[in-house]
Design a binder for this molecule. Structure first.
Ligand SMILES: O=C(CO)[C@H](O)[C@H](O)COP(=O)(O)O
Length: 227
């Protein structure tokens, strides 16, 4: 079953609580934390995550596009995030950090930028609850989906199957009704969508449409049949 996580990066930041509840039916609310150092954009931090966690029943999937996640990620768990994703390119001690996130009670997730291969991290996969493959360069919503990431999604799904892991495989960037099936066919099962959801007239309907397409593809995908 697909999970659809709307990204509030594309929401109206002056009406965050309303925007969070406009996508009821979504599996998680994807919260993009950017520090203007790891990526050239600045969004929000711990206090806003704390407020958002009180404003919505939908669990928060916090994607930290920041330097020094080893220091900051645990604070996002304390702020109410149910899942915390750090970038491997920024983490000093990814295994220790994943264990700390889990020990504090959240799902631990690691993200890879487009130029970062999965293969060096094969042995880390059992330490994670989710792996995020970026399908755009992180930093901004509304960018075009990078088709060249599809082989990496396929190879990652093969590694997950090879090790018999229950790891979720998330894709983020340019996910829309016209790209979601390619991601699902390659092996993704968690889909972040910003502009495709918040740019739609009816965000909740956009979530349903994305879910229908992804579920239809996963039902017949070779990787899911062998799962
Ligand atoms: O992490 C992100 C950007 O770094 C966003 O989550 C992502 O880009 C979502 O926006 P869209 O679906 O419009 O591409």
């Amino acid at each position: 079953m697909a999970q659809i996580n709307p990204s509030i990066l594309s929401a109206d930041f002056a009406r965050l609580a309303e925007e969070a509840t406009a996508v009821e039916g979504a599996d998680w609310l994807h919260v993009d934390v950017m520090d203007n150092h790891f990526v050239p954009n600045l969004t929000l931090g711990v206090p806003i995550v704390e407020s958002l966690s009180r404003a919505t029943e939908t669990p928060l999937d916090c994607h930290l596009m920041i330097e020094d996640p080893d220091r900051w990620a645990p604070q996002y768990v304390e702020a109410g995030a149910g899942s915390v994703t750090f970038h491997v390119e920024a983490a000093a001690a990814p295994v220790r950090l994943a264990r700390e996130i889990r020990a504090k009670g959240a799902r631990a997730s690691m993200a890879l930028k487009p130029a970062t291969p999965i293969e060096p991290y094969e042995d880390l996969l059992p330490e994670l609850d989710m792996l995020l493959i970026m399908t755009v360069e992180p930093g901004f919503g509304g960018q075009a989906f990078l088709d060249i990431m599809l082989p990496k999604i396929r190879r990652t799904r093969e590694l997950i199957s090879k090790h018999g892991l229950e790891l979720w495989l998330q894709v983020d960037g340019g996910v829309s009704e016209s790209t979601i099936e390619r991601c699902a066919e390659a092996g993704a099962d968690v889909f972040v969508a910003g502009s495709a959801v918040y740019g739609a007239n009816d965000p909740a309907e956009a979530v349903r449409a994305l879910r229908t397409k992804a579920d239809g593809t996963i039902a017949s995908a070779a990787w899911a049949c062998n799962h």
